[in-house]
Design a protein around this ligand. Structure first.
Ligand code: HEM
Length: 459
């Protein structure tokens, strides 16, 4: 075995200073939003397969659609999460692998499948309108990023918790923020550090969620009835009683936390950057407005959006996809080799990490003509986009199960914003950092103007 190893061809590149490697250089490039140049410089120097060292682990950077396919479909590459995330979220879909993951993944997928999301549209509509009325209407300026975070937290909580949603958001909005912030922190549990605060927040959230889960279990056992048609706990408990999984109440609580964390930071980034793009792209905004006004035309002011309405928002979704291409909320994916594997003649030893960054193909002119141009029409013909070059939701067996949820949520939000407001960026050239999710440096303040309500058929 020793002999075989000595003939291995490891990928080119160097591992840098022991332990530190390229960690700070990569993190700095993310913070200064120059990560795309960082990756391209490496690729130009070493080619599409190169080794480096990140967060204390030897890591192989892979670039290009074939590499993406390899990463997302290879059974010997296991999703890697930070130690901090595992401590913060326990045994959730975001942290499990292998056989343990299977039943969790299939139960969560059931809950988020398109037929279920169809049932959530009314609730999403209600929460979006409530928040827009509360936080947008009547204001001259709004700081978009925190508002979008609040909005998406409210939406996911309204689905997952049902009647307790408002109380959960009120009590734990800051805790969810701290939990999210701690995911990439150094996992030593000392109070007042990012991780220490995240652990404290996680314990507080878990306690409240456990209480709700126990209440739902009680109602099901004593009264044999569900509290609401969409809440996650009732759904999971019923699935379990039908033999679809054997998750404990504790597992269900951990997964509720996993879904909320997976859902709200990502969708809020999409909404924030879509608002930013539309402020700079009047032609795209006009086309979206036309599409949304047509939908509003056939509705009374109090009518909620339906699944059919959302299905008609085709151009708006193309603009959302173009936002996901140019500013992907998840910048890349880490995997760990569970055995020695080979890619394009290079060996990747067991235990090494493999990394792919979305921006490498999203911003490559080989796959997207004039890649820095914001042009939703490139999604007119999906077949012109090569497979595995556009992956904002990942791919393969760990692909985001919330794709449909985020699509519907984003479209509902954009409907009410575009039909009611016009906005101007307070800082035209405001930059953003990746922390690791894209975050505008000033939170994206915009000046708001109320728009004349669109015509309706009965007006
Ligand atoms: C624009 C919005 C979103 C984006 C861009 C996004 C992106 C992603 C990506 C790239 C992954 C895979 C990571 C990997 O393979 O390394 C992922 C996983 C995941 N997402 Fe999303 N997501 C979004 C919205 C949502 C929503 C709304 C939910 C829940 C309602 C959700 C729940 C999850 C969960 C639970 C996972 C983990 C799946 C697993 O590991 O098996 N996401 N997401």
């Amino acid at each position: 075995k020793k002999h075989r190893r000595s003939t291995y061809t490891l990928p080119p590149g160097d591992l840098g200073i022991p332990v530190v490697g390229q960690t700070f250089s990569l993190l700095n490039s993310l913070r200064s939003n120059t990560d795309d140049q960082w990756f391209r410089t490496r690729i130009n120097k070493y080619g599409p397969v190169s080794k480096m060292s990140v967060l204390g682990s030897p890591t192989v950077l892979l670039a290009g659609p074939a590499a993406n396919r390899f990463i997302f479909t290879n059974n010997s590459l296991a999703l890697t999460q930070t130690r901090a995330l595992r401590a913060l979220l326990g045994r959730s879909i975001l942290t499990l692998n292998g056989d343990e993951l299977k039943q969790v993944r299939s139960a969560v997928q059931e809950y988020l499948r398109p037929e279920m999301v169809r049932r959530y549209v009314g609730k999403m509509d209600e929460e979006v309108r409530r928040q827009i009325k509360l936080n947008w209407v009547g204001r001259d300026t709004v700081t978009v990023f925190p508002m979008a975070r609040r909005l998406t937290l409210g939406v996911i909580c309204s689905i997952v918790f049902g009647q307790e949603a408002a109380a959960m958001v009120e009590a734990h909005a800051d805790d969810f923020q701290m939990l999210g912030d701690a995911i990439l922190s150094f996992p030593v549990n000392i109070p007042f550090t990012r991780f220490g605060k995240g652990m404290k927040a996680s314990a507080k959230i878990r306690k409240s969620i456990t209480r709700i889960a126990q209440k739902r279990e009680g109602s099901l056992l004593e009264e044999g009835r569900a509290a609401s048609s969409t809440d996650f706990f009732t759904y999971m408990l019923i699935l379990g009683s039908q033999g679809a999984h054997s998750l404990t109440l504790e597992d269900i609580v951990d997964n509720a936390m996993g879904i909320i964390i997976g859902a709200h930071g990502t969708t809020s980034a999409l909404i924030t950057f879509m608002i930013r793009h539309l402020a700079n792209e009047p032609d795209v905004l006009d086309k979206i407005t036309q599409e949304q006004d047509e939908i509003a035309y056939n509705k009374g002011t109090e009518d909620v959006l339906t699944w059919e309405d959302v299905s008609r928002m085709k151009y708006t979704w193309k603009a959302a996809m173009e936002t996901l291409r140019t500013v992907p909320p998840v910048f890349g994916s880490f995997r760990t080799a569970t055995k020695d594997i080979e890619y394009q003649g290079y060996h990747i030893p067991k235990g090494w990490k493999v990394f792919a960054a979305q921006s490498i193909t999203h911003l490559d002119s080989k796959f997207f003509n004039e890649p820095t141009k914001f042009d939703p029409s490139r999604f007119e013909k999906r077949s012109s986009i090569p497979p595995y070059s556009f992956l904002p939701f990942g791919g393969g067996s760990r692909m985001c199960p919330g794709t449909e949820f985020s699509r519907v949520e984003t479209l509902v939000v954009m409907h009410y914003l575009v039909t009611q407001f016009r906005w101007r960026l307070c800082f035209k050239d405001e930059t953003y950092t990746k922390d690791p999710k894209p975050t505008p440096v000033f939170g994206l303040p915009v000046e708001l103007e109320l728009r004349r309500p669109p015509a309706t058929a009965d007006a």
